[in-house]
Design a protein around this ligand. Structure first.
Ligand code: CP
Length: 318
């Protein structure tokens, strides 16, 4: 594998999940693969799970790991070409990227949507510059439009817990105080469609996702109707995608919060969320603490999804 930014990069999903479960049985079986190889993890945005799980996955493979918080301690970076750099930005990304590439073998990048310009976000201009100019295999640790390491971990978790061949998976919008990117819901939709589950998306009007991510999913505006018979409930907030409201919060309606009454409509569904989660906005204490909540095993599977991806990127170097 030469890069990992979307579901297509992982290839056959059954093979990928089988490889993940094999690694989970013994996560130290490939410790020689990363010997004398260095992973550089670059964070333009905060992280708890991605940082720790990806670092742990790299260590399981015997890699050396360097982590840089780009906005703390590094020179402030200019990202636009053609700018007269007479302001506070001391270095251009076009020099910084190949320099960083010269110190490592694999690069992971976290760079969220900035909500300044929809085209800039949806063209993945930061991530694409790393792919083009670093000279190294690049993987996304959540970019502007997708979070594939999270979605792969979500898929592994569903495969471990599904009780039927084709479970009903419902992704529901839920309220949040701030404007959040569409990367997690876009990516989850992309992976659920690829897995060919019975996939339903529910959200208030105005929160439609980009059609290329909705794909074959059914969209149901009535949350209660959508949840009927669900085997998995995946809650997430996102800001509006459609123009003219791109990046805006249109609702903080707490009648969309996932609570016990909503979960009672389901087929004894498991509850999922990528974390971090705002309790009693997205989901009630009672639901997230219930035995049907998978949020902790889901987060734990982030180590496994990262390890499959790093293993394949390392194999691609040889
Ligand atoms: N789910 C997730 O990516 O968590 P972090 O933002 O903490 O990395």
């Amino acid at each position: 594998m030469k890069k990992f930014t979307c579901v297509q990069d992982i290839g056959d999903l059954r093979e990928a999940v089988a490889e993940a479960l094999e690694i989970k049985r013994d996560r130290f079986q490939f410790t020689g693969l990363g010997r004398n190889r260095t992973l550089l993890m670059l964070f333009f945005n905060s992280s708890l799970r991605t940082r720790l799980s990806t670092q742990k996955a790299a260590m399981n493979l015997g890699m050396n790991v360097m982590v840089l918080d780009v906005t703390q301690g590094a020179w402030k970076l200019e990202t636009e070409r053609g700018v007269v750099m007479d302001g506070d930005k001391a270095e251009h990304l076009l020099e910084a990227i190949p320099v960083m590439g010269s110190y490592c073998d694999v690069i992971g990048v976290r760079s969220f949507a900035r909500f300044r310009d929809k085209a800039e976000d949806y063209e993945e201009r930061i991530l694409e510059q790393f792919i083009r100019h670093s000279g190294r295999p690049v993987f996304s640790m959540e970019a502007a439009t997708r979070h594939p390491l999270q979605s792969f971990a979500d898929l592994i978790t569903i495969e471990e817990h599904r009780r039927v061949e084709r479970p009903k998976v419902v992704m529901t919008w839920a309220p949040h105080p701030n404007a959040l990117p569409q990367a997690v819901p876009n990516s989850f939709a992309e992976w659920m469609n690829a897995a060919d589950y019975d996939f339903v998306i529910t959200h208030p009007e105005g929160y439609e996702l980009a059609p290329e991510f909705v794909g074959r999913a059914r969209v149901e505006y009535d949350q209660r109707k959508a949840l009927e018979g669900a085997d998995f409930v995946y809650a997430k907030n996102w800001a509006a995608w459609a123009d003219p409201n791109y990046g805006k919060v249109l609702s903080r309606d707490r009648s969309w919060t996932v609570d016990d009454e909503k979960m009672a409509l389901t087929n004894d569904a498991f509850f999922m969320h990528c974390l971090p989660v705002r309790r009693n906005m997205i989901v009630t204490d009672s639901v997230i603490e219930s035995p049907r909540s998978l949020v902790i095993p889901e987060a734990a599977n982030r180590e496994i999804s990262a390890q499959v991806v790093l293993k394949r990127l390392l194999e691609g170097l040889q």
